[in-house]
Design a protein around this ligand. Structure first.
Ligand SMILES: C[S@@+](CC[C@H](N)C(=O)[O-])C[C@H]1O[C@@H](n2cnc3c(N)ncnc32)[C@H](O)[C@@H]1O
Length: 152
């Protein structure tokens, strides 16, 4: 379907037959005024209800919905570890209503999967960096040994 995501309520009017559990967005929110971002979040929660999660991918380091605004609207923000393998590095922010379950409590499948994937990416990056460092160290050690023995 096509429509303006920032006019979510109108765009999805009559389209859904049940409230969505989550909204996943990669909209370029940072190019929009804060009022428009907040309006999108508000419309999202009107559609999803209190249990919903608004999941936002962004290239920014900070939340596109500043936490002081999110708190004013009774939203809570959870930020996941940066995804360094994405070019440019990306970040995921999850917004939920203040009384939604905290870490360790029951989460929707979508959020649980995102958290798992984010942790897996972080582990992979850490392991790859450790391997690259080990390769550099052994290559430097080899060069030093060859130089000592007068080899090129
Ligand atoms: C960063 S891209 C992400 C594209 C896609 N999700 C992906 O991962 O390949 C942002 C997308 O938001 C769409 N977009 C921007 N403003 C929009 C709006 N007002 N309503 C609906 N889509 C919009 C753009 O067309 C673009 O495809």
């Amino acid at each position: 379907m096509r429509g303006d995501a920032y006019r979510l309520s109108d765009t999805l009017a009559g389209v859904l037959d049940a409230p969505p559990a989550a909204i996943v967005s990669s909209l370029p929110l940072l190019t929009k005024p804060e009022a428009t971002r907040l309006s999108l979040l508000r419309q999202g929660f009107e559609l999803m209800g209190r249990e919903g999660r608004f999941i936002q991918f962004t290239y920014g380091v900070k939340s596109p919905i500043p936490s002081y605004l999110a708190a004013g609207l009774r939203f809570r923000t959870q930020s996941l570890a940066p995804i360094w393998l994405n070019l440019p590095p990306a970040r995921i922010f999850i917004y939920c209503q203040v009384d939604c379950p905290r870490s360790g409590e029951k989460r929707s499948d979508v959020v649980a999967k995102l958290l798992r994937e984010s942790r897996r990416f972080s582990r992979e990056i850490r392991d790859e960096l450790a391997e690259a460092r080990a390769r550099l160290v052994s290559s430097d050690a080899g060069k030093a040994a060859r130089a000592k023995n007068g080899q090129s």
